[in-house]
Design a protein around this ligand. Structure first.
Ligand SMILES: Cc1cc2nc3c(=O)[nH]c(=O)nc-3n(C[C@H](O)[C@H](O)[C@H](O)COP(=O)(O)O)c2cc1C
Length: 135
């Protein structure tokens, strides 16, 4: 099964995690980069409400997932949810992919498993696992 590691990171914790995972799996890394840098204030004042609302924010480039059977999404947790850049990428999943989530947060707890599972299912894909990581 061909696998890629997909990640968004605001303060580099998830980037380091995703890099290590990709090296372990010998898998390519796909970064979800914002079109322009987000300020800390922007992340809290606009990013958190957007994350809670399940909103999507476009990334600088459209990730292409076509070549892979499995995508492992590594994401920070914002207000118990995934950041809007991750929602955008999930909206681009082609049908039939296997998806895993590694959710990196200060508290090691997220509250979005149901939503992520529904989002992935709506794309005709299947969630193989969701793991909370404290980091
Ligand atoms: C805007 C924002 C909201 C956050 N919300 C939460 C939260 O709800 N729960 C939590 O445990 N950590 C929260 N954190 C902490 C991050 O999830 C944690 O520091 C994570 O490691 C950041 O990953 P990154 O460095 O890849 O961006 C938040 C951080 C930011 C910037």
């Amino acid at each position: 099964m061909s696998t890629a590691v997909v990640y968004y990171s605001f303060t580099n914790h998830t980037r380091e995690y995703a890099k290590t995972l990709a090296a372990q799996l010998d898998a390519p890394l796909i970064e979800l980069a914002p079109p322009k840098p987000l300020s800390k204030l922007g992340a809290y004042l606009r990013g958190c409400p957007a994350a809670i609302g399940g909103k999507s924010w476009k990334t600088a480039a459209e990730p292409d997932f076509a070549a892979y059977d499995k995508l492992i999404f590594c994401s920070p947790i914002w207000a118990s949810n995934v950041p809007p850049y991750v929602n955008y990428a999930l909206g681009l999943l082609p049908e039939g992919k296997h998806v895993e989530f590694r959710l990196v947060s200060a508290g090691g707890k997220s509250n979005c498993a149901e939503r992520l599972t529904a989002t992935v299912a709506a794309r005709g894909c299947v969630v193989d696992g969701i793991e909370d990581i404290q980091g």
